[in-house]
Every structure is written in C-alpha cells, then in structure tokens.
Design a protein around this ligand. Structure first.
Ligand SMILES: Cc1cc2nc3c(=O)[nH]c(=O)nc-3n(C[C@H](O)[C@H](O)[C@H](O)COP(=O)(O)OP(=O)(O)OC[C@H]3O[C@@H](n4cnc5c(N)ncnc54)[C@H](O)[C@@H]3O)c2cc1C
Length: 387
C-alpha cells in the first residue's frame, strides 16, 4: 500500500513508531489473553512525554496542539498497538485546564504531566441513563466542607489504573432545574483516598482487552475542593472536552485502518492460491481499495476538525463526522483484512482478529453512530429534534 504520507509531526511519528516497535503483536496477544493492562507500554509513553503533549509547558508538558496528540495516537494504532490504555491521560486534564481554579491547576497538572498522577478515568455513563447523559442519577450532596456521593457508573475505563477520576454527578435533581443540562457538576475524585471508603471498582470482562469497570459510590465523602468549575455547570465543562476526545479517537481509527490495510495488502501480495497471488483477483482487491478510499476521506475530515480545533473555531460537526467516518473506515478495513486472510484472519498469531475486536468499539463509544447522525440532523441540517 502507498499510504498518504502524513506530512505533519513527522519527527514525532517516527519516534513513536520506534517506541511501538518495542511492543510487538506478541506483547499485545499475551495481555489480551490475560485481560491485563499494558503497564510497560504506558510507562514507555509516559517517560517519553507523549501523554503530556497537550499540557502547557508552564505545568511541565510539551504545550503542543491537538494535532500532535492525534499524530501520536494514529501512529500507535498504525503500528498494531493500542492507545486506549492511556489516551485519556492526554485529554481528560483539559477540564482542569479550562475550568479548574489556579490552585487546582497548580496542584494537579504538574503531576499529570510527569505521569506521577494518573488521570485516566472519566465517569459519565451510567447503567440506567445510557446515552441520555443528563438522566444520570449519581448524586453529590453538599454537606459542610464535603460532598457526599451516591450512585453508580458503568464502563469507566482504566478505573483500576488511575489515581484520579473526573466524575460527572448531579448536584441538583433534574426535576428542579429549568434545563436538563443544568444541575450537573464535575468533580476530581482522588480514588486512592476513596478506595474502601465508599468507592468500589469492579472490572467488566469485555470482547476486547479494555480495562473497563463498574464504579459504585456509597456515601463517599469527597472534599468540596474537588469541585471543578462552578456547581451546576459540569455538563458544559465535560462537553468542552468531547470534541477533542472525538478527534483523537478518530485519529486512532485512521491508525487502525492503516494497520489493517498494510496487513491485507501484504498478505494479498504474498498468499498464492491457484498458482497466483490472491491479490490479483479483483474480488480481493476491491474491498481493500474501497476501505483505503474511505480511510483517506475520513482522514481529511479528521484534519479539518483538528485545524478548526487548534484555531479555536467551533468544530462540533467536524469532530463528530470525523469520529463517525473514521470508525466506519477502520471497520471496513478490518472486515477486508479478515476476509483477505481467509482462515488465518481468525488465528490469534496474525493479530488481525484482535485488532478486529478492538476497532469495533469505536462505532459505539465514546458516542454511538446514531447519536452522531442525530446531532448532524438536528444541529447542522435543522431537522426536528427526535428525542
Ligand atoms: C469498552 C467501553 C469503554 C467505555 N469507556 C467509557 C468511559 O471511560 N467513560 C464513560 O463515561 N463511558 C464509557 N463508555 C460508555 C460509552 O460511551 C457508551 O457505551 C456509549 O455512549 C453508548 O451508551 P450505552 O451503552 O448506554 O447505549 P444506549 O444509550 O443504551 O444505546 C444503545 C443503542 O441504542 C441507540 N440509541 C439510543 N438512543 C437513541 C436515539 N435516540 N436514536 C437512535 N438511536 C439511539 C444507540 O446508538 C446504541 O446503538 C465505554 C463503553 C465501552 C463499551
């Protein structure tokens, strides 16, 4: 395959590629079988400073733009590794950066930049609210100098591998606010202090190795100083970070698509059946070529979204479209790759089936395709709100 040679952040991409070469398929296969956390991989990225690229230099980060983070994550995925183990360390801190007090920024950001403080967990989704975020029920009640938290989160990824959690909870019941997005607040919960004192984490075994958990809050007391931004304005604070998250996940999908296309092309060129390479058959070529075109088109949308984000322009439509198109492109490439490999697409040692399982997630999380389409229909095209 002749990939579109990305011209941006070429040095970073090359260094990340070298780092990833130390973590071959065999490493990920072993972890996948044990559903274990890639601690060595995350440590290597942390030590190299890649997880701190978005943190301003004043707090010990590299102070680079979102496109640098996207280049890192895309390269990780294009080389068969998985950024889902740690991508949140890059962007969750954005809520502290944009909405935290100067004291909170000074307290947390240097540690997050150094990797001594892991901010990997983001607790939004709940079992009963699902995509309807404002229906979440976890409640933080003010009590003197504390808040008392009760409720449950689900799918809180990396909760067992994080020191801090950004938590979205209700502080005013939904029926007492004028708009359903009001009365929600964001908290930075120190999970080290909370463990065993009202916070319980339970891992969920999933189709792929993702370290997602249920998190239970049972009269958990957290200091009032854990509140990020004004009480009741948490939805806005969390929403601000979502475009960044969607663009970065889209970049991971582009990376996955590149990995699948490389694998599919190499196999189609080398595998001989009926005395000729299978790649000589157009029935084998076309799905690969189509997925390549989809990936390239999605990549353009990712780049447009990144450019707008970095320019400080509104980029909700682009971030959402990028995430949807890139997730579909990576899935098309995954499907073509499995089909091209025939039976070996199912064999663990080829890594194709593992990546196939991993890339399926991105049509559901962090936001499902239907919700992206409904956003575009309503907010971009002006069609009636459907829910
Ligand atoms: C591995 C994994 C990791 C995750 N990590 C995190 C995390 O770290 N933090 C966190 O907070 N969450 C996390 N999530 C949750 C994820 O964001 C949600 O699963 C996702 O947003 C979908 O929500 P849901 O599962 O509740 O689906 P539901 O809201 O129950 O939706 C189910 C299906 O119905 C569709 N649907 C629902 N309403 C409508 C509608 N009005 N119109 C059309 N279709 C509709 C959806 O598109 C979806 O396909 C993770 C999920 C997974 C699987």
């Amino acid at each position: 395959m002749q990939p579109s040679a990305p011209s941006d952040h070429a040095e970073i991409r090359e260094e990340v590629r070298k780092l990833c070469a130390r973590f071959p398929g065999e490493y990920w296969r072993r972890l996948d079988a044990a559903r274990a956390y890639p601690a060595e991989f995350v440590a290597a990225l942390t030590e190299s400073g890649y997880l701190a690229v978005l943190i301003p230099e004043a707090f010990g980060g590299a102070g680079l733009g979102l496109s640098a983070a996207a280049a890192i994550l895309e390269t990780i995925h294009a080389n068969g590794c998985n950024g889902a183990a740690c991508h949140a360390q890059m962007y969750i801190m954005g809520t502290i950066l944009r909405h935290g007090s100067a004291a909170q920024q000074a307290e947390y950001l240097p540690g997050i930049a150094a990797g001594t403080l892991r901010l990997q967990a983001f607790g939004v989704t709940e079992p009963t609210s699902g995509t309807d975020t404002t229906a979440l029920r976890t409640f933080a009640r003010r009590d003197g100098d504390d808040y008392v938290v009760n409720g449950q989160k689900i799918w809180t990824s990396r909760a067992e591998h994080s020191d801090l959690m950004l938590l979205l909870a209700r502080t005013t019941p939904r029926e007492q606010v004028a708009r359903r997005t009001e009365g929600l607040s964001t908290f930075l919960v120190d999970m080290r202090a909370a463990a065993g004192r009202g916070l319980t984490i339970r891992p969920i075994r999933t189709m792929m190795n993702h370290n997602s958990c249920e998190v239970f809050f049972d009269d958990l007391r957290i200091p009032a100083a854990s509140l990020i931004g004004a009480e009741g304005s948490g939805f806005r604070a969390v929403l601000d970070g979502m475009n960044a998250e969607r663009l970065l996940i889209a970049a991971e999908c582009i990376g996955d698509a590149r990995w699948f296309l490389d694998k599919a092309t190499a196999y189609a060129n080398s595998r001989q059946v009926f005395g000729r390479p299978i790649g000589q058959n157009q029935g084998v070529q076309f799905p690969i070529a189509r997925a390549y075109a989809q990936m390239r088109a999605a990549d353009l949308m990712v780049r447009e979204g990144l450019a707008k984000y970095e320019a400080g322009a509104p980029c909700g439509p682009e971030a959402n479209m990028a995430k949807m198109l890139a997730a579909e492109a990576s899935w098309a490439a995954a499907e073509a790759c499995v089909q091209t490999h025939g039976g070996f697409g199912f064999a663990e040692e080829y890594d194709v089936e593992r990546k196939f399982r991993e890339t399926r997630l991105y049509q559901v999380a962090p936001i499902s395709t239907n919700l992206v389409l409904s956003y575009l229909a309503e907010h971009v095209l002006g069609l009636p709100r459907s829910y």
